[in-house]
Design a protein around this ligand. Structure first.
Ligand code: PLP
Length: 468
Protein backbone atom coordinates (compact mmCIF):
# COMPACT_ATOMS: atom_id res chain seq x y z
CA UNK A 1 0.00 0.00 0.00
CA UNK A 2 1.18 3.53 0.52
CA UNK A 3 -0.37 4.77 -2.72
CA UNK A 4 0.40 8.11 -4.29
CA UNK A 5 2.49 9.69 -1.58
CA UNK A 6 1.14 13.22 -1.84
CA UNK A 7 1.80 13.75 1.89
CA UNK A 8 -1.48 15.61 2.20
CA UNK A 9 -5.09 14.36 2.54
CA UNK A 10 -7.57 15.10 -0.26
CA UNK A 11 -10.06 17.98 -0.10
CA UNK A 12 -13.60 17.30 1.16
CA UNK A 13 -15.05 17.76 -2.33
CA UNK A 14 -12.55 15.38 -3.92
CA UNK A 15 -13.13 12.73 -1.25
CA UNK A 16 -16.93 12.92 -1.63
CA UNK A 17 -16.64 12.68 -5.42
CA UNK A 18 -14.39 9.63 -5.07
CA UNK A 19 -16.81 7.95 -2.64
CA UNK A 20 -19.57 8.22 -5.28
CA UNK A 21 -22.38 8.10 -2.69
CA UNK A 22 -24.98 8.31 -5.46
CA UNK A 23 -27.40 10.50 -3.55
CA UNK A 24 -27.94 7.87 -0.84
CA UNK A 25 -26.84 10.33 1.84
CA UNK A 26 -27.65 13.95 2.47
CA UNK A 27 -24.79 16.22 1.34
CA UNK A 28 -24.36 17.92 4.73
CA UNK A 29 -24.00 14.56 6.48
CA UNK A 30 -21.50 13.45 3.81
CA UNK A 31 -19.42 16.60 4.31
CA UNK A 32 -19.37 16.22 8.11
CA UNK A 33 -18.18 12.61 7.95
CA UNK A 34 -15.70 13.38 5.14
CA UNK A 35 -14.13 15.97 7.47
CA UNK A 36 -13.75 13.27 10.17
CA UNK A 37 -12.07 10.91 7.70
CA UNK A 38 -9.71 13.65 6.54
CA UNK A 39 -8.90 14.66 10.14
CA UNK A 40 -8.06 11.02 10.90
CA UNK A 41 -5.79 10.82 7.87
CA UNK A 42 -4.09 14.09 8.81
CA UNK A 43 -3.41 12.75 12.30
CA UNK A 44 -1.96 9.54 10.82
CA UNK A 45 0.32 11.52 8.51
CA UNK A 46 1.46 13.68 11.44
CA UNK A 47 2.51 10.47 13.20
CA UNK A 48 4.68 9.65 10.20
CA UNK A 49 2.43 7.04 8.54
CA UNK A 50 2.32 6.65 4.77
CA UNK A 51 -0.42 8.34 2.78
CA UNK A 52 -3.40 6.11 2.06
CA UNK A 53 -4.79 6.03 -1.48
CA UNK A 54 -7.88 8.10 -2.23
CA UNK A 55 -9.92 4.92 -2.82
CA UNK A 56 -9.19 3.68 0.72
CA UNK A 57 -10.33 6.98 2.23
CA UNK A 58 -13.44 6.99 0.02
CA UNK A 59 -14.27 3.45 1.16
CA UNK A 60 -13.85 4.53 4.78
CA UNK A 61 -16.26 7.41 4.21
CA UNK A 62 -18.91 5.14 2.67
CA UNK A 63 -18.45 2.53 5.44
CA UNK A 64 -18.83 5.11 8.18
CA UNK A 65 -22.04 6.52 6.71
CA UNK A 66 -23.49 3.06 6.27
CA UNK A 67 -22.44 2.13 9.81
CA UNK A 68 -24.26 5.13 11.28
CA UNK A 69 -27.43 4.24 9.40
CA UNK A 70 -27.50 0.64 10.57
CA UNK A 71 -25.72 0.63 13.93
CA UNK A 72 -27.07 -1.22 16.95
CA UNK A 73 -25.58 -2.91 19.97
CA UNK A 74 -23.00 -5.62 19.34
CA UNK A 75 -24.69 -8.96 20.03
CA UNK A 76 -22.76 -11.42 22.16
CA UNK A 77 -23.09 -15.12 22.87
CA UNK A 78 -23.24 -15.34 26.66
CA UNK A 79 -21.20 -18.43 27.52
CA UNK A 80 -20.29 -17.01 30.94
CA UNK A 81 -22.83 -19.13 32.78
CA UNK A 82 -24.24 -16.02 34.46
CA UNK A 83 -27.92 -15.91 33.49
CA UNK A 84 -28.56 -12.27 34.46
CA UNK A 85 -25.34 -10.55 33.43
CA UNK A 86 -25.67 -6.82 34.05
CA UNK A 87 -22.87 -5.95 31.60
CA UNK A 88 -24.62 -7.97 28.88
CA UNK A 89 -27.99 -6.28 29.33
CA UNK A 90 -29.54 -8.66 31.91
CA UNK A 91 -32.66 -10.55 30.80
CA UNK A 92 -33.20 -11.51 27.17
CA UNK A 93 -36.87 -10.94 26.27
CA UNK A 94 -39.54 -13.46 25.37
CA UNK A 95 -40.70 -13.69 21.76
CA UNK A 96 -44.04 -12.14 22.75
CA UNK A 97 -42.29 -9.21 24.48
CA UNK A 98 -40.10 -8.57 21.42
CA UNK A 99 -43.14 -8.62 19.14
CA UNK A 100 -45.15 -6.33 21.44
CA UNK A 101 -42.30 -3.79 21.65
CA UNK A 102 -41.73 -3.84 17.89
CA UNK A 103 -45.45 -3.27 17.27
CA UNK A 104 -45.59 -0.42 19.78
CA UNK A 105 -42.53 1.18 18.18
CA UNK A 106 -43.59 0.79 14.58
CA UNK A 107 -46.83 2.75 14.61
CA UNK A 108 -49.35 4.68 16.65
CA UNK A 109 -51.28 3.10 19.51
CA UNK A 110 -53.94 3.95 22.07
CA UNK A 111 -51.20 4.67 24.59
CA UNK A 112 -53.05 7.42 26.44
CA UNK A 113 -56.31 7.75 24.58
CA UNK A 114 -59.72 6.60 25.74
CA UNK A 115 -61.24 4.73 22.83
CA UNK A 116 -64.87 5.38 23.88
CA UNK A 117 -64.65 9.14 24.48
CA UNK A 118 -61.76 10.04 22.17
CA UNK A 119 -60.22 11.98 25.03
CA UNK A 120 -57.00 11.57 26.89
CA UNK A 121 -57.17 8.47 29.06
CA UNK A 122 -54.90 6.83 31.62
CA UNK A 123 -51.55 5.73 30.22
CA UNK A 124 -51.62 2.13 28.95
CA UNK A 125 -51.91 0.17 32.15
CA UNK A 126 -52.06 -3.46 31.17
CA UNK A 127 -48.69 -4.12 32.82
CA UNK A 128 -49.94 -2.47 36.01
CA UNK A 129 -53.15 -4.50 35.96
CA UNK A 130 -51.09 -7.69 35.59
CA UNK A 131 -48.94 -6.61 38.54
CA UNK A 132 -52.02 -6.12 40.70
CA UNK A 133 -53.19 -9.63 39.85
CA UNK A 134 -49.75 -11.18 40.34
CA UNK A 135 -48.83 -9.50 43.63
CA UNK A 136 -52.18 -9.10 45.36
CA UNK A 137 -51.55 -5.35 45.77
CA UNK A 138 -54.30 -2.72 45.32
CA UNK A 139 -52.46 -0.88 42.57
CA UNK A 140 -49.12 -0.70 40.77
CA UNK A 141 -46.93 1.79 38.92
CA UNK A 142 -44.19 1.28 36.33
CA UNK A 143 -41.13 3.58 36.09
CA UNK A 144 -37.78 3.31 34.31
CA UNK A 145 -35.78 1.15 36.69
CA UNK A 146 -35.81 -0.06 40.26
CA UNK A 147 -33.38 2.58 41.52
CA UNK A 148 -35.91 5.19 40.35
CA UNK A 149 -38.77 3.20 41.91
CA UNK A 150 -37.01 3.17 45.30
CA UNK A 151 -36.23 6.90 45.17
CA UNK A 152 -39.82 7.70 44.19
CA UNK A 153 -41.39 5.37 46.77
CA UNK A 154 -39.20 6.56 49.65
CA UNK A 155 -40.05 10.12 48.62
CA UNK A 156 -43.57 9.78 50.05
CA UNK A 157 -41.94 10.40 53.43
CA UNK A 158 -41.91 14.07 52.41
CA UNK A 159 -39.07 16.48 51.71
CA UNK A 160 -36.08 16.22 54.08
CA UNK A 161 -37.94 13.56 56.09
CA UNK A 162 -36.02 10.81 57.86
CA UNK A 163 -35.96 7.33 56.35
CA UNK A 164 -34.96 4.47 58.65
CA UNK A 165 -32.75 1.77 57.12
CA UNK A 166 -31.01 -1.05 58.98
CA UNK A 167 -27.21 -0.74 58.93
CA UNK A 168 -26.97 -4.26 57.50
CA UNK A 169 -29.06 -3.16 54.52
CA UNK A 170 -27.07 -0.11 53.39
CA UNK A 171 -25.93 -1.95 50.30
CA UNK A 172 -24.16 -1.05 47.10
CA UNK A 173 -26.37 -2.19 44.23
CA UNK A 174 -23.70 -2.28 41.55
CA UNK A 175 -21.96 0.19 39.29
CA UNK A 176 -21.08 2.15 42.45
CA UNK A 177 -24.73 2.99 43.22
CA UNK A 178 -25.33 2.92 46.96
CA UNK A 179 -28.59 3.03 48.93
CA UNK A 180 -27.46 5.96 51.15
CA UNK A 181 -26.74 8.00 48.01
CA UNK A 182 -30.08 7.12 46.41
CA UNK A 183 -31.82 8.30 49.61
CA UNK A 184 -29.79 11.52 49.76
CA UNK A 185 -30.47 12.30 46.08
CA UNK A 186 -34.19 11.73 46.70
CA UNK A 187 -34.00 14.67 49.13
CA UNK A 188 -34.38 12.49 52.23
CA UNK A 189 -32.39 12.04 55.41
CA UNK A 190 -30.98 8.61 56.15
CA UNK A 191 -31.58 7.39 59.70
CA UNK A 192 -29.40 4.35 60.34
CA UNK A 193 -30.72 1.79 62.80
CA UNK A 194 -29.26 -1.33 64.41
CA UNK A 195 -25.82 -2.77 63.73
CA UNK A 196 -24.29 -4.44 60.69
CA UNK A 197 -25.36 -7.92 61.73
CA UNK A 198 -28.34 -7.38 64.05
CA UNK A 199 -31.31 -5.07 63.90
CA UNK A 200 -34.26 -5.46 66.27
CA UNK A 201 -37.77 -4.12 66.30
CA UNK A 202 -36.84 -1.84 69.19
CA UNK A 203 -34.17 -0.15 67.02
CA UNK A 204 -36.86 0.92 64.57
CA UNK A 205 -39.28 1.78 67.37
CA UNK A 206 -36.85 4.30 68.87
CA UNK A 207 -36.49 6.40 65.70
CA UNK A 208 -40.19 6.16 64.81
CA UNK A 209 -41.34 7.14 68.30
CA UNK A 210 -39.23 10.30 68.53
CA UNK A 211 -40.12 11.33 64.96
CA UNK A 212 -36.60 11.03 63.55
CA UNK A 213 -37.91 8.61 60.90
CA UNK A 214 -41.16 9.05 58.99
CA UNK A 215 -40.75 5.99 56.76
CA UNK A 216 -39.00 2.63 57.00
CA UNK A 217 -37.15 1.20 54.01
CA UNK A 218 -36.17 -2.47 53.92
CA UNK A 219 -33.53 -3.35 51.36
CA UNK A 220 -33.04 -6.94 50.28
CA UNK A 221 -29.37 -7.95 50.52
CA UNK A 222 -29.56 -9.12 46.94
CA UNK A 223 -25.91 -9.55 46.05
CA UNK A 224 -24.30 -10.79 49.25
CA UNK A 225 -25.12 -13.11 52.12
CA UNK A 226 -24.86 -12.59 55.86
CA UNK A 227 -24.52 -15.67 58.03
CA UNK A 228 -23.98 -16.40 61.70
CA UNK A 229 -25.01 -14.05 64.49
CA UNK A 230 -27.58 -12.14 62.48
CA UNK A 231 -31.07 -10.90 63.31
CA UNK A 232 -33.71 -8.93 61.51
CA UNK A 233 -37.40 -8.47 62.35
CA UNK A 234 -40.05 -10.30 60.34
CA UNK A 235 -41.73 -8.19 57.67
CA UNK A 236 -45.18 -8.53 59.29
CA UNK A 237 -44.06 -7.39 62.75
CA UNK A 238 -42.11 -4.49 61.28
CA UNK A 239 -45.18 -3.47 59.24
CA UNK A 240 -47.32 -3.56 62.38
CA UNK A 241 -44.84 -1.39 64.30
CA UNK A 242 -44.39 1.07 61.45
CA UNK A 243 -48.14 1.46 60.98
CA UNK A 244 -48.67 1.98 64.70
CA UNK A 245 -46.49 5.08 64.32
CA UNK A 246 -48.42 6.22 61.26
CA UNK A 247 -45.46 5.63 58.93
CA UNK A 248 -45.30 3.60 55.71
CA UNK A 249 -43.02 0.60 55.16
CA UNK A 250 -41.31 0.30 51.78
CA UNK A 251 -39.57 -2.83 50.52
CA UNK A 252 -36.76 -2.81 47.96
CA UNK A 253 -36.70 -6.42 46.81
CA UNK A 254 -34.19 -5.92 43.99
CA UNK A 255 -35.03 -8.85 41.80
CA UNK A 256 -38.61 -9.54 42.76
CA UNK A 257 -39.20 -13.15 41.73
CA UNK A 258 -42.73 -13.85 40.52
CA UNK A 259 -42.06 -17.62 40.62
CA UNK A 260 -40.70 -19.48 43.61
CA UNK A 261 -37.00 -20.11 42.94
CA UNK A 262 -37.12 -23.03 45.41
CA UNK A 263 -38.99 -24.99 42.71
CA UNK A 264 -35.72 -25.11 40.76
CA UNK A 265 -33.42 -26.32 43.52
CA UNK A 266 -32.35 -22.79 44.48
CA UNK A 267 -32.80 -20.89 47.73
CA UNK A 268 -36.11 -19.06 48.08
CA UNK A 269 -35.86 -15.53 46.71
CA UNK A 270 -38.35 -13.16 48.41
CA UNK A 271 -41.45 -12.57 46.29
CA UNK A 272 -43.46 -9.32 45.93
CA UNK A 273 -46.66 -11.20 46.80
CA UNK A 274 -45.17 -12.18 50.17
CA UNK A 275 -44.25 -8.57 50.97
CA UNK A 276 -47.77 -7.38 50.12
CA UNK A 277 -49.29 -10.16 52.24
CA UNK A 278 -47.05 -9.19 55.16
CA UNK A 279 -48.55 -5.69 55.13
CA UNK A 280 -45.72 -3.81 53.42
CA UNK A 281 -47.12 -0.63 51.89
CA UNK A 282 -44.99 -0.32 48.75
CA UNK A 283 -42.83 -3.03 47.15
CA UNK A 284 -40.20 -2.08 44.56
CA UNK A 285 -38.44 -4.46 42.15
CA UNK A 286 -36.74 -4.62 38.74
CA UNK A 287 -38.27 -5.59 35.41
CA UNK A 288 -35.11 -7.05 33.90
CA UNK A 289 -33.78 -9.29 36.64
CA UNK A 290 -35.58 -12.52 37.63
CA UNK A 291 -38.81 -11.10 36.25
CA UNK A 292 -37.26 -11.66 32.83
CA UNK A 293 -38.51 -8.58 30.97
CA UNK A 294 -37.39 -5.09 29.92
CA UNK A 295 -35.53 -2.63 32.15
CA UNK A 296 -38.18 -1.14 34.42
CA UNK A 297 -38.89 -0.32 38.04
CA UNK A 298 -42.11 -1.78 39.37
CA UNK A 299 -43.95 -0.53 42.42
CA UNK A 300 -46.89 -2.46 43.86
CA UNK A 301 -48.77 -1.41 46.95
CA UNK A 302 -51.56 0.40 48.74
CA UNK A 303 -54.04 2.29 46.60
CA UNK A 304 -53.72 5.78 48.10
CA UNK A 305 -49.92 5.62 48.20
CA UNK A 306 -49.60 4.45 44.58
CA UNK A 307 -52.05 7.18 43.57
CA UNK A 308 -49.84 9.72 45.34
CA UNK A 309 -46.75 8.42 43.55
CA UNK A 310 -48.51 8.60 40.20
CA UNK A 311 -49.22 12.31 40.77
CA UNK A 312 -45.61 13.05 41.77
CA UNK A 313 -43.88 15.20 39.11
CA UNK A 314 -40.84 12.95 39.56
CA UNK A 315 -42.91 10.00 38.31
CA UNK A 316 -43.32 11.85 35.03
CA UNK A 317 -39.55 12.30 34.81
CA UNK A 318 -39.12 8.56 35.36
CA UNK A 319 -41.93 7.27 33.20
CA UNK A 320 -41.44 4.26 30.99
CA UNK A 321 -41.54 4.38 27.21
CA UNK A 322 -44.36 2.77 25.17
CA UNK A 323 -42.16 -0.06 23.85
CA UNK A 324 -41.08 -0.90 27.40
CA UNK A 325 -44.68 -0.86 28.64
CA UNK A 326 -45.75 -3.16 25.80
CA UNK A 327 -42.87 -5.60 26.39
CA UNK A 328 -43.50 -5.59 30.12
CA UNK A 329 -47.21 -6.28 29.65
CA UNK A 330 -46.38 -9.24 27.39
CA UNK A 331 -43.82 -10.53 29.93
CA UNK A 332 -46.22 -10.28 32.86
CA UNK A 333 -48.94 -11.82 30.68
CA UNK A 334 -46.82 -14.98 30.45
CA UNK A 335 -46.97 -15.32 34.25
CA UNK A 336 -50.72 -14.82 34.30
CA UNK A 337 -51.14 -17.41 31.57
CA UNK A 338 -49.05 -19.82 33.63
CA UNK A 339 -46.44 -20.02 30.86
CA UNK A 340 -43.50 -18.12 32.36
CA UNK A 341 -41.13 -21.10 32.44
CA UNK A 342 -41.89 -22.00 28.83
CA UNK A 343 -41.82 -18.48 27.42
CA UNK A 344 -39.34 -16.39 29.40
CA UNK A 345 -35.69 -17.13 28.54
CA UNK A 346 -34.49 -16.42 32.09
CA UNK A 347 -36.74 -19.10 33.62
CA UNK A 348 -36.09 -21.46 30.73
CA UNK A 349 -32.36 -21.24 31.47
CA UNK A 350 -32.95 -21.74 35.20
CA UNK A 351 -35.31 -24.66 34.64
CA UNK A 352 -33.39 -26.52 31.93
CA UNK A 353 -32.32 -30.00 32.98
CA UNK A 354 -28.67 -30.77 33.43
CA UNK A 355 -28.98 -33.57 30.85
CA UNK A 356 -30.20 -31.14 28.23
CA UNK A 357 -27.40 -28.62 28.95
CA UNK A 358 -24.89 -31.46 28.72
CA UNK A 359 -26.25 -32.55 25.34
CA UNK A 360 -25.68 -29.01 24.03
CA UNK A 361 -22.08 -29.01 25.29
CA UNK A 362 -21.50 -32.40 23.66
CA UNK A 363 -22.85 -31.11 20.35
CA UNK A 364 -20.39 -28.18 20.42
CA UNK A 365 -17.54 -30.54 21.22
CA UNK A 366 -18.55 -32.87 18.38
CA UNK A 367 -18.53 -29.93 15.96
CA UNK A 368 -14.89 -29.05 16.65
CA UNK A 369 -12.12 -30.18 14.26
CA UNK A 370 -9.59 -32.70 15.47
CA UNK A 371 -6.86 -31.70 16.20
CA UNK A 372 -7.60 -28.11 17.19
CA UNK A 373 -5.33 -25.30 15.93
CA UNK A 374 -2.41 -24.21 18.08
CA UNK A 375 -2.30 -27.36 20.20
CA UNK A 376 -5.53 -26.50 22.06
CA UNK A 377 -7.45 -29.28 23.76
CA UNK A 378 -11.22 -29.20 24.28
CA UNK A 379 -13.02 -31.31 26.86
CA UNK A 380 -16.47 -31.61 28.36
CA UNK A 381 -16.48 -30.10 31.86
CA UNK A 382 -18.99 -30.25 34.67
CA UNK A 383 -19.45 -26.78 36.15
CA UNK A 384 -21.86 -24.47 38.03
CA UNK A 385 -23.84 -21.62 36.48
CA UNK A 386 -25.18 -18.69 38.50
CA UNK A 387 -28.36 -16.62 38.36
CA UNK A 388 -26.60 -13.26 38.87
CA UNK A 389 -28.23 -9.85 38.45
CA UNK A 390 -28.47 -9.13 42.15
CA UNK A 391 -30.33 -12.25 43.16
CA UNK A 392 -29.55 -15.50 44.94
CA UNK A 393 -25.95 -14.74 45.99
CA UNK A 394 -23.84 -17.85 46.35
CA UNK A 395 -26.51 -20.05 44.74
CA UNK A 396 -25.53 -22.10 41.70
CA UNK A 397 -27.14 -24.40 39.14
CA UNK A 398 -25.47 -27.56 37.80
CA UNK A 399 -24.13 -26.94 34.31
CA UNK A 400 -21.87 -28.26 31.53
CA UNK A 401 -19.18 -26.45 29.62
CA UNK A 402 -16.63 -26.96 26.87
CA UNK A 403 -13.27 -26.33 28.56
CA UNK A 404 -10.27 -25.25 26.49
CA UNK A 405 -6.75 -25.82 27.67
CA UNK A 406 -3.28 -25.88 26.11
CA UNK A 407 -3.47 -22.25 24.96
CA UNK A 408 -3.49 -18.97 26.88
CA UNK A 409 -7.01 -18.66 28.31
CA UNK A 410 -6.63 -14.87 28.46
CA UNK A 411 -5.65 -14.56 24.80
CA UNK A 412 -8.38 -16.95 23.71
CA UNK A 413 -10.97 -15.02 25.73
CA UNK A 414 -9.84 -11.79 24.04
CA UNK A 415 -10.01 -13.33 20.56
CA UNK A 416 -13.47 -14.74 21.26
CA UNK A 417 -14.75 -11.34 22.41
CA UNK A 418 -13.38 -9.75 19.24
CA UNK A 419 -14.84 -12.44 16.99
CA UNK A 420 -17.96 -12.62 14.88
CA UNK A 421 -20.16 -13.48 16.72
CA UNK A 422 -18.59 -12.08 19.89
CA UNK A 423 -18.44 -14.72 22.61
CA UNK A 424 -18.01 -14.20 26.35
CA UNK A 425 -16.70 -17.20 28.26
CA UNK A 426 -15.24 -17.46 31.73
CA UNK A 427 -11.75 -18.34 32.92
CA UNK A 428 -11.34 -20.92 35.66
CA UNK A 429 -8.00 -22.34 36.74
CA UNK A 430 -6.23 -21.46 33.46
CA UNK A 431 -8.96 -22.99 31.32
CA UNK A 432 -11.42 -21.09 29.18
CA UNK A 433 -14.93 -22.36 29.86
CA UNK A 434 -17.88 -21.98 27.54
CA UNK A 435 -20.88 -22.66 29.77
CA UNK A 436 -23.82 -23.93 27.71
CA UNK A 437 -26.61 -23.18 30.21
CA UNK A 438 -26.75 -19.57 29.05
CA UNK A 439 -26.36 -20.36 25.32
CA UNK A 440 -29.31 -21.11 23.01
CA UNK A 441 -29.27 -24.05 20.58
CA UNK A 442 -28.97 -21.65 17.68
CA UNK A 443 -25.99 -19.86 19.23
CA UNK A 444 -24.38 -23.18 20.13
CA UNK A 445 -24.48 -24.21 16.47
CA UNK A 446 -22.19 -21.25 15.66
CA UNK A 447 -19.71 -21.96 18.47
CA UNK A 448 -17.44 -24.60 16.82
CA UNK A 449 -16.60 -22.34 13.86
CA UNK A 450 -16.16 -19.23 15.97
CA UNK A 451 -13.96 -21.09 18.44
CA UNK A 452 -11.78 -22.58 15.70
CA UNK A 453 -11.37 -19.14 14.12
CA UNK A 454 -10.33 -17.65 17.47
CA UNK A 455 -7.78 -20.42 17.99
CA UNK A 456 -6.25 -19.72 14.57
CA UNK A 457 -6.23 -16.03 15.43
CA UNK A 458 -4.14 -16.48 18.58
CA UNK A 459 -1.96 -19.27 17.19
CA UNK A 460 -0.84 -19.41 13.62
CA UNK A 461 -2.60 -16.32 12.30
CA UNK A 462 -6.03 -16.04 10.69
CA UNK A 463 -8.10 -19.11 10.00
CA UNK A 464 -7.20 -20.22 6.42
CA UNK A 465 -10.82 -21.39 5.94
CA UNK A 466 -12.09 -17.87 6.55
CA UNK A 467 -10.37 -15.49 4.17
CA UNK A 468 -11.34 -11.96 5.19
C1 PLP B 1 -30.70 -4.32 41.29
C2 PLP B 1 -31.17 -3.66 42.53
C3 PLP B 1 -31.62 -2.34 42.48
C4 PLP B 1 -31.55 -1.50 41.23
O1 PLP B 1 -32.41 -1.97 40.26
P1 PLP B 1 -32.29 -1.37 38.78
O2 PLP B 1 -33.50 -1.92 38.10
O3 PLP B 1 -31.01 -1.85 38.24
O4 PLP B 1 -32.32 0.11 38.89
C5 PLP B 1 -32.05 -1.76 43.65
N1 PLP B 1 -32.07 -2.45 44.81
C6 PLP B 1 -31.66 -3.74 44.88
C7 PLP B 1 -31.72 -4.44 46.20
C8 PLP B 1 -31.20 -4.39 43.74
O5 PLP B 1 -30.78 -5.65 43.82
Amino acid sequence: MGGMATGRPPSVARLIRAADLGGAYDHTAGVAVAREVIAGERARLARGSATRPLEALAAELADRLEGFASAGLVPVVNASGVILHTNLGRAPWSTAAIRAAAEAASGYSLLELDRATGRRGPRFRQAEDHLVALTGADDALVVNNNAAAVALAAGIAGRRAGVAVARGELVEIGGGVRIPEVIARAGLRLVEVGTTNRTRLTDYQEVLADGRARLVLRVHASNFRMEGFVERPEAAELAELTHRHGAPLVDDLGSGALLDTARFGLAHEPMPRESVAAGIDLVCFSGDKLLGGPQAGLIAGRRELVAKLRRDPLARAMRADKATLAALAATLGAYRAGRAVEELPVWRMIAESEVSVRARAEAVLAGLPEPLPGGAVARLAETRATVGGGSLPGETLPSWAVALRGVSAERLATALRAGEPAILGRIERDALLLDLRTVTDEEAAALPDALTAALWEIGTGPDPRRRR
